[in-house]
Design a protein around this ligand. Sequence first.
Ligand SMILES: [Fe+2]
Ligand SMILES: [Fe+2]
Length: 423
Amino acid sequence: MAMAATLFRFGSPSCKPNAAAAASNGVLAFNRSSSWTCRSKATASREAMAAAGRRRERKGPADEENNEIEWPSYLTPERLGVLSEMEPWVEDHVLPLLKPVEASWQPTDMLPDPATLGADGFHAACLDLRAAAEGVSDELLVCLVANMVTEEALPTYPSGFNRFKVVRDATGADATAWARWIRGWSAEENRHGDVLNRYMHLSGRFDMREVERTVQRLIRDGMSFHGPVSSPFHGFVYVTFQERATAISHGNMARLVGARGAGDAALARICGTVAADEKRHEAAYTRIMGKLFEADPDASVRAMAYTMRHRVEMPTAYINDGRHSVGDFYARFIAIAEQAGTYTISDYRSILEHLIQQWGVEELAAGLSGEGRQARDYLCALPHKIKRMEEKVIDRAAKAQNKTPTAIPINWIFDRTISVVLP
Ligand SMILES: [Fe+2]
Ligand SMILES: [Fe+2]
């Protein structure tokens, strides 16, 4: 998962509506007042807050708008029973989407390996890798760090799955199909951070100690998931969205770093391979959620609407360089990412449109309650609303071109500066 996927959420504590940032590359939060906003209200450094052990608990929109307290109904035995009954189907239709270890790529396959090249060959291959890495722009290097950090924060993600009712791996070694999926998926994901980390180390283009500190901070600080943490319905909607966003982000990175001329073909291959894994994972979660739509369309469409109303918060929302408050750094990062072109506002809408189509949301009718019909109608209208916001964001970003760029030093790349127009 997890992109950082590059999975970014736009916004900073001061961003409102943060048009330029939104146009940048992240995944935006679309709120009920039909505006792209930053949800983060933390203004103090998370570093300091965590150190002081007094992290402020964030309130979700459900707390803010006390009209959505329906989610406990997703945890009733009747609804959860669907997931138990699905287990044989998961065995037959989801687990096969994992690749056996023996058939899986490993980071060593894509990087210089002293065991096969010998000392001289390894040295020569590392020099080649470093020479190719010189062609990658600083903007893309920064985005690559964010992708890598998100993958390296993997310990956070299975712990999220293990909060879901029924599907959780209660003992850590459960034999259920659900539990084997969670562990198998985690094991595949683990290679993503490994390969990116190792490439970065060998390339010589990164201050790895600073990157490593960022990884440690992100795992320490966790991630924000505003959905009901125990509901597999909401969780699978969220993770499907995330896997697709991650695939897009890694795929864009592969395309951009593989550009002819100053491209790095080895890095492009790495990012493309990771993106292919993410697509396979996306297929699995799309399939799971599709089955839930079949079994309980009312719960599923309401969970999807809830998730979209309450934003798809990205795993990197708390990413931090140790110098800024989380929000301040994030605002800078997303402006850089926009400039680099690794993820755009249009991607958020396109993912939503894709999922609406995949799960046949527009055609849902039978078995829907009044709330279910409202959820369906909300979802079907949402892409149009986002499109209108997208146009405004792009318009604002164009006007921002006349602003003076800000030179931002980034410690991940030895404090080289990147000039961007900040919102
Ligand atoms: Fe993934
Ligand atoms: Fe991944």
